[in-house]
Structures are given as C-alpha cells and as structure tokens.
Design a protein around this ligand. Structure first.
Ligand code: SF4
Length: 338
C-alpha cells in the first residue's frame, strides 16, 4: 500500500456458514481477510460455488455473518442500527449478475431508478427527481426516452446498464459487482466493462468485482484475490497474478484462458484440474485444494497452509512456498507440471 492509498473496506476473518440440517454446516465463506483501497478495483475470482457471491452479499450485509468483521470507513457493517444501515446503503451498492431478475418487470425504468432516491428522500420535487433519472440514464449510455419503458423491452446489455444506473442513484462510493457481465453476450461484455471503467474515472468509485472469468478481471482489476472453497488462496496485483502466479489453482485458472494467437494457443501447456469442486459441507482436511492439486503432498492432508507474504503485497496459501516446511516439501513434492 502506498501513502496515497487509504483503506476503504476491511474484511477480517469473515465467515458465513449455513446450517443445512442433520447437524451439517455448509461453510460457504470460511475465513476471508483482505482490504480494499479507495479508488481501486479489487477482483474476486474463482469457480462457481467457491463462495465469492456469498462473500459479496455478506460484505454488504445482505447476509448475516457467522464470524469475523467487515469494516467500511471505520464502521462495522454488521453492528449498525437501522438508521446507520440506511445511511450506509447510500455509500455501498450492488450490481447483480442477472439484470432481468434484479429489475422489477412491472416497473418502468423511471420507477426502478427513482425508487432508491425516493426511499432516501433525496429530492424535494418530482422535476428534480426526473432530471436526476435522466442524468443517470445518460451516464450509463441510455437516453431519457428509455425512462417510460419496461425492462422486457431492452436487451441484456441495456438491462445491465439500467441496473448500474439504479446502483448509482444514491451516489455511492463503493459498488459490489457480482458477476455483472457473465449473463451477457461476449460482444456486449466489453462494452459493459468499459462502462464500469469510465464511471470509476468520472465518479471516483471503488469496486469489488466478482467473477469466474479471469480474462475480463485482468483488464479491470488493480488487485485480485483468488478464492477456492470459501478460502482465499492467493492475493496480489493483477500484473503479478498473471506474470508470476504462485498457487497451483491460480496457475490452472490462468492456463484455461484462451490466447488469441493460434500458434501460442496450440503449443502452450494446459493444467487440467481433475474432479469437481468438493462440497463445502465436507471440505478436505489440511489444504482445501489438495484433492485436485497436481502437486499435493502428504503434509497437505494434515496441515492447513499459512497465509504467506512471498513478495510485497503478494500473498499465497500453499506449502510449496512455505520456507519453514522446505525439508518436507523437497522430500514430498512431485515434479512441477506433470
Ligand atoms: Fe497443492 Fe499442497 Fe499447495 Fe495445497 S498446499 S495447493 S495441496 S501443494
């Protein structure tokens, strides 16, 4: 962190478990810790079911936490009274994956965007409110003529723009974007990503951008956290993650991204992960990735890896990088890239 960076959001050992009956617990989020700096885009990536969306909802307070803390501008998100939460929701907003499901089909675009501002009594007259809705529509690349239409009259990309306009209505500082482009056509994804980037520049926004697709996250994110089965396994800058990944799971995710050059694409090595993501109800002992890790060793089944800072700001949870275990690692490690 440089002097110019200040922490906006701090997540400390956050856990969100769900009771699934018969004495079993689903550990969707199981000890997340990271900070997000003001003005940055923090990407949170991992396969479907790794807990990243649950993490986003718990950070916003849509889900109660099981343990840990989420601190936003010095305030604990899960300890707020109703009045504090009302104010907090002006500062932190969410954009959802499925823009159609998140927009009320019986409301006009005007009603959808105006609603949060009405709840917060932001404008005294209807005229001011209408002017603000028009301004927001233009901010997201739509126009005022769209205000009287209904969500079903729009394409997927346009609906996501409406969802973004609604999230911007209260002039937030921080937006959690939960897979906001996954449901869109590839041709539209880049446009929506560029919209997020422009809005960040113009409004000084901070983003937590949740995605399963590392390729788009690379263009957007300053730093990236990689999640696996409720845990962070690696965290660093976008450049470091792509240039020098340390965790075997990150390596596998990166190797799955197609490269536009057909010669490189054909000759490069892919790391195929065997098996499915294990159940968070019954996670593997030791390292949660060990059942699919090509380098798994005996120590990985008995000992949970520490969260190690290998270079400044580059964290990883893997025994292969633990100098205190070097003797065991050398004896037990399989050759790399077998
Ligand atoms: Fe693989 Fe072991 Fe590292 Fe886990 S700790 S990622 S199983 S080598």
């Amino acid at each position: 962190m440089t002097d110019s960076q200040s922490v906006l959001l701090s997540v400390k050992d956050l856990k969100r478990h769900f009771d699934v009956g018969k004495g079993k617990t689903l550990k969707a989020v199981d000890g997340l810790s990271f900070e997000i700096y003001k003005g940055e885009t923090f990407g949170l990536v991992g396969e479907s079911g790794c807990g990243k969306s649950t993490a986003g909802r718990t950070i916003l307070g849509l889900y109660n936490k099981t343990d840990g803390d989420v601190v936003f501008e010095g305030q604990n998100v899960h300890d707020m009274n109703d009045k504090e939460r009302h104010q907090f929701l002006k500062k932190m907003q969410m954009v959802f994956q499925d823009p159609y499901a998140s927009l009320n089909p019986r409301s006009t675009v005007y009603e959808i965007i105006a609603e949060p501002m009405e709840i917060h009594n932001m404008y005294k007259s209807k005229k001011e409110l209408r002017a603000r809705v028009n301004e927001l529509l233009e901010d997201v690349g739509l126009n005022r003529d769209h205000a009287n239409r209904y969500p079903h009259e729009f394409s997927g990309g346009q609906r996501q723009r409406i969802g973004i306009a609604r999230a911007l209505a209260l002039d937030p500082e921080f937006i959690i974007a939960d897979e906001p482009i996954s449901a869109l056509d590839v041709s539209v994804q880049a446009q929506v990503v560029m919209l997020f980037q422009r809005l960040q520049r113009e409004k000084g926004l901070t983003y937590l951008f949740i995605a399963h697709d590392l390729s788009m996250v690379k263009y957007l994110s300053d730093r990236i956290g990689v999640m696996y089965l409720g845990h962070l396994v690696e965290l660093t800058t976008s450049d470091q993650l792509y240039g020098k990944p340390l965790h075997p799971y990150t390596e596998a995710l990166l190797s799955a991204i197609p490269i536009p050059d057909p010669d490189i694409e054909e000759s490069r090595e892919r790391i195929l992960l065997e098996g499915e993501l294990p159940s968070p109800i019954d996670p593997p002992s030791g390292c949660v990735f060990r059942t699919r890790c090509p380098y798994a060793m005996a120590v990985c089944a008995t000992q949970k890896p520490d969260w190690l800072e290998k270079d400044e700001g580059h964290f990883v949870a893997c025994h292969l990088h633990d100098e205190s275990l070097m003797k065991e690692v050398k004896e037990q490690a399989k050759p790399m890239h077998v």
